[in-house]
Design a protein around this ligand. Sequence first.
Ligand code: NAP
Length: 286
Amino acid sequence: MSAKVIDGKAVAARLSEQLADEIRAFTAASGKTPGLATVLVGDDGASEVYVANKRKRASAIGIADHHVHLDGGSSADEIAATISRLADDDAVSGILLQLPLPHGLDAGPLIDLIPANKDVDGLTTLSAGLLARGEPGLRPCTPSGVIELLDAAGIEIAGTRAVVVGRSALVGAPLAQLLTQRNATVTVAHSRTRDLADVTRSADLLVAAAGRPGLITADHVRPGAAVIDVGIHRTPEGLRGDVDEAAVAEVAGWITPVPGGVGPMTIAMLLRNTLLAARLQQGEAI
Ligand code: NAP
């Protein structure tokens, strides 16, 4: 068997075009331009590249750019003051605090200063609570990107056996909740899971979000399963995921490539969340 490749880059590009149309219509109707504030603290090279990419994609579809770059030596109080200013600014629909923060700064309390209706990363305690209760809110970008990718590929979620490898607050835990809400029967595996391959082989739908390069081999995959690779690792051979792509493609029914799978969807979901946030601030339901 050779798996069908799910082209995340193409799905994200289609979604961005659609969002550009929706933003034009929103602006025409409300007189407001959705605005995204990216807050970068310090000079971490990878974070600078990620933020630049998000700002470029946002500007390309008509989202106003409200970038703030703070010095790496900024105190928690200084970062908090910036977030509070952006929270009060009507021109700012969404606020994203780029992680990781420089060593010694605790991200949690700073993230929680972002109002839930501007929380485009979906990472505040309030947004996590809304997700846990299945109430409307802004969802974390990577997990919602995975759901969007499955839908775009026409892969059934309801009724399937799904295994999510990883339980982080950023990816694994919220994804397991989203899959459960879409009526999959979900198992969450983690670093203490015994006989991982035995667990993952039960999956119709297998998501690898462990941050371990090549963790998922052909032996972990049930023939015909859909395998979604969230992992990103820089190697001398280029970007790689948590899945041994060549071997698993021989067994799986569908597979996402790295790069070009989940990664582009994460940014597309950030752009969608920025429009949803702008709608929330207009008093619309999402
Ligand atoms: P994380 O916070 O390090 O969490 C990793 C999770 O995987 C933890 O729950 C850990 O278990 C589990 N795990 C680690 N080793 C394992 C093993 N050998 N077997 C089973 N489970 C194992 O990482 P993250 O932030 O969720 O990110 C995961 C990966 O996704 C990373 O490669 C990251 O770069 C990538 N990522 C990609 C995107 C994207 O846009 N594509 C976005 C975000 C993250 P414990 O809980 O027991 O420690």
